[in-house]
Design a protein around this ligand. Structure first.
Ligand SMILES: [Zn+2]
Length: 402
């Protein structure tokens, strides 16, 4: 827990021992402000001292090495966000995470909720936190991309109109629905000369859709597909699309958090647990088509990522593979660590074959649910969409068994 403290002004500029002591001495002052504590940790982290010395002082303050490293970033939070987050027990690492996404709506409450879920799980991990943070980071990246797109369009002098699902009720139409009087498709480049040339930002992903603001007046025709599809139910279409985009994004977000968990699992010291061994051996000796399909691809990228080494094939063409890609790793791996290579391979098979972008859609494959259930037993915190996929598949199999 973060305890507010105060640095005495008369100690500014003095040596690290004195600074540490002053922070300890003030650790329990009630009237002190969170800012001062973060600032003290930041000053310590920036002192020109050997790392080991800094970490010793950090321990004296009840801070981990990771927290010390995070202090500089955490100190960039503004006062309002800082005191609110401290009130919810965010430590310095969490404050630094929050600082990166503080400009996103409800970032603090979403991270708080994740923190509470992690605590309730009682596994001592930050799995839900990692999912929530990844989600917020993606939103931040999307927001930045949208701002950039708008700027680029303004510089290029392109008219920007609001997105509308009911194009049928307006004189506007996306270019993909239009053709020339001769029936050929119209590209954005060709259309740039049209007085009706404009664009709109997709509401669910940061991409532009080119359109004509008055296709009839501008002498375009509707393509056959567009004229045949009678005014669809705009609300229903929007909802369907919204769901797909939201699920795709959520599924992809979960992927990076999950694969980081797998990499940590693969590099755990000592022998594998009985369950990991059994799962690995079953996958390798089983008759699943998934395994043989993956092996035939000769891919080494995921295995390398899970073993936290550079991909030996990172710059070679797909048809020209390194001969013994993991030879040197195998040579330096001791007897108790050999399971890691096998398990990394099995994890790569599942991640590539059973967890692709479309894997959340029905019908959900048994490989997908088996893998998620296995990871959950290894203390991986499922993201909301992963939990939903697992529940949906379990409900279906219990229904069909009944
Ligand atoms: Zn036009």
């Amino acid at each position: 827990m973060l305890v507010p403290a105060l640095i005495r002004d008369d100690l500014r500029g003095v040596d690290d021992e004195a600074l540490t002591l002053s922070v300890i001495e003030n650790k329990h002052r009630r009237d002190a402000h969170a800012r001062d504590y973060v600032e003290a940790a930041r000053q310590l982290s920036l002192m020109p001292l050997p790392q080991a010395v800094k970490e010793r002082h950090a321990r004296a303050l009840g801070l981990s090495a990771a927290e010390l490293t995070a202090a500089d970033k955490a100190s960039k939070l503004d006062d309002k966000n800082l005191s609110a987050a401290v009130a919810y027990d965010f430590d310095l690492v969490e404050l630094a995470d929050f600082q990166e996404v503080a400009h996103i709506n409800n970032a603090r409450s979403r991270l708080e909720a994740a923190k509470i879920r992690d605590r309730n799980d009682g596994a001592g991990t930050r799995g839900h936190w990692a999912h929530a943070l990844q989600c917020l980071k993606d939103e931040a990246a999307e927001k930045a991309k949208r701002v950039q797109l708008k700027q680029d369009l303004a510089v290029a002098g392109v008219t920007l109109v609001d997105w509308d699902w009911r194009w049928h009720e307006t004189p506007m139409r996306p270019l993909k629905d239009l053709v020339t009087p001769l029936g050929t498709a119209i590209t954005a480049h060709q259309h740039a000369r049209c007085p009706g040339h404009a664009t709109t930002l997709n509401p669910f992903k940061p991409t532009v859709t080119w359109l004509c603001t008055d296709w009839r007046a501008c002498q375009h025709k509707l393509s056959r597909e567009a004229s045949e599809s009678a005014a669809p139910d705009a609300a229903e279409m929007a909802e369907k699309r919204r769901r797909t985009i939201r699920y795709n994004a959520a599924w992809r977000q979960a992927c990076s958090v999950r694969q980081e968990f797998i990499a940590n699992l693969c590099t755990r010291p000592g022998d594998a647990t009985d369950e990991v061994w059994k799962f690995t051996l079953s996958a390798i000796t089983g008759t699943s088509a998934m395994y043989s399909q993956y092996i035939a691809r000769h891919r080494t990228d995921l295995i390398s990522a899970f073993l936290k080494i550079k991909d030996p094939n990172h710059d070679s063409e797909p048809w020209r593979r390194v001969e013994d890609p993991f030879g040197s790793l195998i040579a330096r791996t001791g007897a108790t660590g050999r399971w890691r290579l096998l398990f990394a391979q099995v994890a790569a098979v599942y991640e590539h074959q059973a967890m692709s972008d479309q894997a959340w859609r029905n019908p959900i494959s048994k490989d997908t649910t088996n893998w998620l259930a296995f990871l959950q037993r290894q203390k991986y915190s499922l993201s909301d969409i992963e939990a939903e996929v697992l529940d949906t598949a379990r409900e279906r199999s219990s229904r069909s068994a009944a």
